[in-house]
Design a protein around this ligand. Structure first.
Ligand SMILES: [Zn+2]
Length: 265
């Protein structure tokens, strides 16, 4: 069995402030270590469930946060950004048996994580078919297209609630809850136990129930922080400025949604 893990940091236990997420800040080290340990716990749960090959995408900011030396030997770590449209699941293809998300966070436009955002902190939010869309859902649709089931996610409670609405069979472990600029966190070592057990349970369960259905049509609304960006980006094909700070892009091809996100943010 071969699985793919995509790891972010804003949904890792404890992480509360941007300084804790930026490699150049001294606060980053401690939380990048916890990110590594949460990925390691997921790997251990997967190996217990019979997985023999694990690919991991370090998917936060520089994509150079995870310490590979602390992970099991049957892992490959993807560092940096190739520019591929699959972005936070770059490297995923139909040969994988399951996709797992670690350290994921609430979408831009929501208030359940002090660091809530979608893809780029320079924009306010992204809606897909009228709903704020998270990085989890954007990348789960890629897995859906490739027919790779999404079996597990750890992150903040707000996102875990969203995951359950997308597919109730996905196992979730909420490690924190956001309130304004604050977070309430479970103990970092308890998080590791819950992630290890949750990943094992999810992979031993009926993963065929964890497929993600894609909509047939996509209406993508991007809300910028600055109205001048909306006017400039409205020159993209099939895109119109529908409000001072919002552009709308329509397609029935999900790859075009990913391309628009790459070039409109
Ligand atoms: Zn991130």
């Amino acid at each position: 069995m071969k699985i793919f893990i995509s790891a972010d940091i804003e949904g890792v236990t404890g992480v509360t402030h941007w300084d804790e997420t930026e490699k150049t800040k001294s606060d980053h080290r401690e939380f990048a270590h916890q990110m590594t340990l949460e990925v390691k716990a997921a790997c251990e749960g997967a190996i217990d469930a019979g997985v023999d090959e694990i690919w991991i995408k370090d998917a936060h900011d520089t994509a150079r946060n995870i310490d590979h030396n602390l992970l099991p030997r049957n892992t490959k770590l993807i560092r940096g950004w190739s520019g591929h449209l699959y972005s936070m699941v770059q490297g995923l293809d139909e040969t994988f048996d399951a996709l797992i998300f670690i350290g994921y966070h609430s979408a831009g436009g929501t208030d359940s994580n002090p660091l809530a955002h979608t893809m780029n902190t320079g924009i306010d939010s992204i809606k897909l078919n009228g709903e704020y869309i998270s990085e989890f859902l954007l990348h789960s649709y890629i897995a859906g297209q490739l027919d790779v089931p999404v079996v597990f996610l750890s992150g903040d409670l707000g996102l875990c609630n969203e995951v359950k609405k997308v597919n109730n069979n996905i196992t979730t472990v909420p490690v924190k809850e956001g309130i304004g600029n604050a977070t309430i966190n479970i103990h970092p070592q308890l998080a590791l136990d819950l992630i290890r057990d949750g990943v094992k349970k999810s992979l031993k369960g009926n993963i065929d129930l964890c497929h993600i259905e894609l909509p047939n049509e996509f209406e993508l609304d991007i809300r910028y922080r600055d109205h001048t960006m909306a006017l400039r980006r409205s020159a993209y094909p099939n895109t119109e400025q529908i409000a001072p700070k919002i552009v709308r892009f329509r397609t029935n091809n999900y790859m075009e949604v990913l391309r628009a996100i790459e070039f409109l943010l």
